[in-house]
Design a protein around this ligand. Structure first.
Ligand SMILES: C[S@@+](CC[C@H](N)C(=O)[O-])C[C@H]1O[C@@H](n2cnc3c(N)ncnc32)[C@H](O)[C@@H]1O
Length: 319
């Protein structure tokens, strides 16, 4: 491997191992601060100082992509912007298989009124995946179906608490260019400051009618919507990347693994060949795997020994 490849089992705060202005991009999936599946490491957003550390180690004009939850997007963006980054865009990774985290308010009203809701049948369900493989379910069977009985319960039949999530935001920011440099001067001096548009073009569909413009042979410019499923207009206008399940690799039990194909697309978009990418919250190393495939250098931090071990195994299998 000719590019730098270094991973650290430690807290990322400070990024002390990294020289100032030496990194070309940050691509990271940090804790969302929503206690996802009660994971200890997801209880709070990262300490905002990490964004100042990233600013220090990045070259002027470098781009950064940070995954976020919808709920705390505003706080994370403010943390990153307050540090000195310029907000450039929000990419939407859209999917059709999100689970609404709702509750049956009418049945809760029955319970609140001390009245038992009426059983009206059963339904089959499947939930979660077993360690043994993606198709073996941890939890499946039948559950009872209820209907509200109390007056207020009937009035609020169908009331809930949440709609179906259908996208995950990815914040795109940029470290300001060096003072008084134009974009061209910054790119010449540091190799950073521009997006790699041609590397991420979406090929035109065969037979697609292109009216009123001169099509680029590589396809259309990639958009800020990425998706897991067809949107149904018949043409491939967006980058398509399915979600991955926990335990797709038998040994990988990380609950929030990002698809390597998605990381490949994002890495292509904000870097060029031989660039050095930093992921301060690497988990099981999906960003690093993309970097190996694309001839990019990589520095990763992970403070959980279990996830770190899995990342090491994935890197070893790839190289
Ligand atoms: C959302 S997960 C990243 C998952 C990753 N995208 C993957 O595909 O495996 C965030 C990771 O950051 C780690 N983490 C949280 N705080 C950290 C810190 N201060 N320093 C280093 N790692 C940290 C957590 O243990 C967790 O594995």
């Amino acid at each position: 491997m000719k590019n730098k490849f270094k991973i650290y089992l430690k807290d990322c705060s400070g990024l002390e191992e990294i020289e100032s202005s030496s990194v070309d991009a940050v691509i990271t999936d940090p804790p969302y601060g929503i206690s996802f599946q009660n994971n200890r490491w997801d209880k709070a957003l990262p300490d905002r100082k990490i964004w100042a550390d990233c600013l220090r180690v990045l070259k002027p004009g470098s781009f950064v992509l940070v995954f976020s939850s919808v709920r705390l997007l505003h706080r994370l963006m403010a943390d990153i912007e307050d540090t000195g980054f310029i907000i450039k865009d929000i990419l939407f990774w859209a999917f059709l298989n999100g689970m609404p985290k709702s509750r049956n308010v009418a049945l809760e009203i029955d319970a609140e009124s001390g009245i038992e809701s009426k059983v009206i049948g059963k339904y089959s369900y499947v939930q979660g995946y077993k360690k043994g493989g993606a198709d073996s379910y941890k939890n499946q069977g039948e559950k009872l179906k209820y209907e509200p009985v109390s007056g207020s319960g009937k009035k609020y039949k169908g009331a809930g608490l949440g709609i179906k999530p259908a996208y995950e935001p990815i914040i795109m920011v940029q470290k300001p260019m060096e003072t008084k440099l134009t974009v061209a001067q910054n790119v010449i001096k540091f190799g950073t400051g521009a997006l790699n548009i041609d590397a991420t073009r979406i090929p035109y569909a065969r037979g697609e009618k292109k009216v009123g413009h001169n099509p680029h042979p590589g396809g259309r410019v990639t958009s800020n919507i990425l998706r897991t499923d067809e949107f149904g207009d018949g043409y491939d206008k967006f980058f398509l990347v399915p979600k991955v399940r926990q335990h797709t690799e038998e040994y990988n039990y990380h609950p929030t693994i990002k698809p390597v194909d998605l990381m490949l697309h994002l890495t292509k978009l904000i870097t060029f060949e031989n660039h050095l990418v930093l992921d301060p919250f690497m988990g099981t190393g999906s960003t690093g795997l993309a970097c190996i495939d694309l001839n990019r250098g990589f520095i990763g931090y992970e403070n959980d020994p279990g996830y770190f071990k899995i990342a090491k195994k994935r890197f070893k299998e790839k190289s």
